[in-house]
Design a protein around this ligand. Structure first.
Ligand SMILES: [Zn+2]
Ligand SMILES: [Zn+2]
Length: 338
């Protein structure tokens, strides 16, 4: 069967690999659409320290169950549309012991610490298969990145009526915008791209700030009557936006960090103390976050078409990733179709 393999930085190939066999407790899925995550792009660009090349990327999945092994629960049947939970957890580290399996110290995400599923078929333990009936296989490929944004809103303990600033309106940030709005918060979306901001407003943001064109601090003070945001969610991973998060959060507010910054960030740590901030990391997503995204997509309220920027054949991967790297502000998701 066909698979997309990143051989070395900037070099990707369609390779022929053996089709896996389904064993007891396992499910074979036929991949239909697999989304390229920002982490896959970084792998292609040679900037992902967590990856050892060569690797098959891909962990954002729209698939259909092909076959089930012995001992798989009745509810999971061939023909069902599903997505995958692409994370593993060891069961014994501190995170696992605390039930926070999404942050397992030894997590191996598909396509990052182990081979992913940019291929025709994959076999996984049944526990990793998430039914998503009523959602098309294409749209299923958007569930995982959105669920990461949903999880950040849980980490921020967002309440109705709170001002929630979401910095960065890519797929993950957009998930945070949606979830915060669903919880009744007043969402302020921040990005450098007007198209993304317009979409964030369609997805539930009340306010939009283009940080290239406007004075973010002045606008935030105006919008929040001088109080600052109750919660700031950083979904970029840039030193500038990390500092912005700590500056724009109000006194006694919460800052939720999703973005991976590639360099060190310096802060005025007195702000942590003076504001008595809660600064919380947010990593991956919990099973409940996946289910919440599935419910949201089923509701029909998601403006989903603009999130699919491009659908490619496996052979077009290098071209598509190079285009994405050249204009990162314009892409939500590129999906490989198998
Ligand atoms: Zn991802
Ligand atoms: Zn663990």
């Amino acid at each position: 069967m066909k698979a997309i393999q990143i051989i070395e930085p900037s070099k990707v190939k369609v390779v022929e690999i053996e089709k896996p066999c389904v064993g007891a407790g396992e499910i074979m899925v036929k991949l239909h659409y697999v989304g390229f995550c920002g982490s896959d792009l970084n792998t292609f660009l040679g900037r992902n320290p967590m990856v050892k090349l060569p690797v098959i990327p891909g962990h954002e999945v729209g698939a259909v169950i092909e076959a089930v092994g012995e001992g798989v629960p009745e509810g999971l049947k061939p023909g069902m549309t599903v997505t995958l939970n692409p994370y593993t957890n060891c069961g014994t580290c501190a995170s696992c012991r605390n039930g926070r399996v999404n942050a397992c110290q030894y997590n191996e995400t598909l396509g990052v610490q182990r081979n992913g599923v940019m291929c025709e078929y994959a076999v996984v333990p049944w526990q990793k298969v998430i039914p998503a009936e009523g959602i098309s296989p294409r749209d299923c490929a958007l569930i995982e990145p959105m669920s990461v944004g949903f999880h950040a809103v849980s980490r921020g303990a967002v309440q109705d009526g709170e001002y929630v600033m979401v910095i960065g309106c890519g797929m993950v940030g957009m998930g945070a915008v949606v979830r915060a709005a669903l919880r009744g918060a007043i969402v302020i979306a921040v990005d450098v791209d007007d198209d993304k901001l317009a979409l964030a407003q369609k997805a539930g943001a009340t306010y939009a700030i283009n940080s290239m064109a406007e004075d973010v601090h002045v606008r935030m003070q105006e919008i929040t009557s001088g109080y600052g945001a109750d919660v700031v969610i950083e979904a970029v991973g840039n030193p500038v936006t990390y500092v912005m998060a700590v500056n724009e959060v109000g006194f006694t507010g919460r800052v939720v960090c999703i973005g991976y910054a590639k360099s060190d960030v310096s802060f005025q740590t007195k702000l942590f103390v003076q504001k008595e901030l809660d600064i919380r990391g947010s990593r991956n997503a919990m099973p409940g976050d996946f289910r919440a995204v599935i419910n949201y997509l089923k509701s029909g309220n998601c403006p989903i078409e603009p999130f699919v920027s491009r659908i490619i054949t496996p052979e077009e991967t290098a071209e598509a990733l190079n285009d994405w790297a050249a204009a990162p502000g314009k892409v939500f998701r590129i999906l490989a179709k198998f």
